[in-house]
Ligand binder design. Structure first.
Ligand code: SF4
Length: 466
């Protein structure tokens, strides 16, 4: 408890934000600067928007220049080894900045900061890191900054006891046209390769009224695309008393007034129900895109991954989605070289990829993660061999994507113009599926929906506004 009540209450953290603001005005003549480094998934990007909101309320100005910052925070990812290595290197570099700037505060949060071993390493080998805090206590950042600024020792807070969701934290979004909208946190699935349930905890869903309120606010601010976020959005509302599941939530958001689109990620195939597919079909604002991570096309490997569906179940889901929504575009995640996977099993994955014809694939070579079951499994296939399989799969997908691109030719799409194109004078935008089309146009179109006919197909789709 603090003088403002429980540290987990918003009012308490608002109190700390005010205290930090007043402390900063005593220490600095001009507003101090903060820099956020984000690794990993959209959930981390969304969390960074809250971190930015809290820092700004505390009186920090944001800077893109890490060396100019008085407060540096790393929002880390533990899903793959490569991302972790980058964190160690980049956090290590702050040692020099700290030598030059005595008041500099360095903080680390996110999934790596929730792992005991990692936190121990920060304690012992990174003495210049001031604050390390896990995913469950993100809302307590103001309190940690206040404690450190007022002379407390280094802070390490990785408690998982607090399992509620703190609503109402200040949020500073980093995009004008599109927005992330978290609807749930954590995961209950324990896929054997995945560290998420260990670092993000069990599933907790936001109350539908809070989600709807935030969606309305985003629409009023002029956002044209809202992406509902969760590790497994399909299990939204499970175990909650409000009785709103993900399909119902989609329908409720779809019913809000305004010209906007709804995306969502990620969907676990085992929880992708007929009710959800029907909701997608009926909701005109829900995009015709389903990201459905398959991971493997082999039943034995799927079982070893604890995915709880079969190749047949996956294919029947895809068939039903295509039957209900013939224009739907599918994307997927695939792990190549799961421990014990044989070449024949890998070829089953290739077979499913050829059958489904995904619009695009996110393909990864298996990366063992501490604490997971898969990290202890025998893994006789060499990295080099897995690399060959990986290349083979990419080639198959490239051929499929090129073939799929031909289908766009001559057709007209309603596109959300969201960026400049790759050529001078060109803009780019997304269809309601997941295709990107480039077309000539003035920059005032960015943020608007336009109709574009595709008239040139190569690796990039080119079109003309009609
Ligand atoms: S569903 Fe599986 S892969 Fe996805 S976050 Fe949960 S445990 Fe990880």
């Amino acid at each position: 408890m603090s003088n403002f009540g429980s540290v987990n209450d918003l009012s308490c953290q608002i109190g700390f934000m005010e205290r930090v603001r007043s402390l900063l005005s005593e220490i600095y003549q001009n507003p101090p600067k903060a820099h956020i480094v984000v690794y990993g998934c959209q959930q981390n990007v969304s969390d960074a928007e809250k971190i930015r909101g809290m820092l700004k309320t505390m009186g920090y100005e944001m800077t893109d220049d890490i060396e100019a910052a008085d407060f540096i925070i790393f929002n880390t990812c533990a899903v793959r080894e490569h991302a972790e290595q980058r964190v160690w290197g980049n956090v290590g570099a702050t040692k020099n900045y700290k030598r030059k700037k005595e008041n500099l505060i360095v903080a680390v949060c996110g999934c790596m900061a929730q792992e005991e071993k990692t936190v121990e390493r920060f304690k012992k080998s990174f003495p210049y890191v001031d604050i390390v805090f896990g995913t469950h206590v993100l809302h307590r950042l103001p309190e940690f900054v206040y404690r450190r600024l007022s002379g407390s020792g280094r802070i390490f807070e990785t408690s998982t006891e607090f399992a509620d969701i703190v609503e109402g934290l200040p949020t500073e979004r980093d995009r004008d046209i599109k927005a992330w909208l978290p609807i749930m946190y954590g995961c209950n699935n324990f896929c054997t390769y995945c560290v998420v349930p260990f670092v993000r905890g069990r599933e907790r869903s936001r109350k539908p009224e809070f989600v709807l309120e935030e969606a309305k606010k985003l629409i009023a601010e002029g956002k044209k695309e809202i992406t509902l976020l969760g590790q497994n959005v399909n299990s939204y509302g499970k175990g909650e008393e409000h009785g709103v599941n993900f399909a119902k939530l989609l329908r409720q958001i779809n019913a809000l007034e305004g010209d906007f689109r709804i995306r969502f990620m990620t969907s676990h195939p085992k929880d992708c129900t007929e009710e959800l597919l029907l909701a997608m079909k009926d909701c005109e604002k829900v995009e015709r895109h389903l990201h459905l991570p398959m991971q493997s096309g082999s039943d034995r490997v799927l079982n070893a991954m604890n995915r709880r569906y079969t190749k047949e179940k996956y294919l029947s889901l895809v068939a039903r989605a295509k039957e209900l929504m013939p224009d739907i575009e599918l994307t997927s995640d695939i792990i190549v070289g799961f421990p014990g996977e044989t070449y024949e099993e890998f070829l089953e994955t290739v077979d499913v990829v050829k059958q489904v014809k995904f619009a695009s694939l996110f393909t990864f070579i298996f990366s063992p993660r501490a604490n997971t079951v898969a990290a202890k499994m025998e893994d006789p296939v060499s990295r080099e061999e897995k690399g060959k399989w990986f290349t083979q799969l990419l080639k198959v997908q490239e051929e499929i994507a090129a073939e799929q691109n031909e289908n766009y030719l001559g057709k007209t799409y309603r596109v959300l113009c969201d960026d400049f194109g790759s050529k001078e004078g060109f803009l780019s935008g997304h269809t309601a599926g997941c295709a990107v089309i480039e077309f000539e146009g003035y920059k005032n179109l960015i943020g608007q929906f336009v109709n574009v006919r595709v008239d040139n197909v190569s690796k990039v789709l080119y079109g003309t506004i009609i």
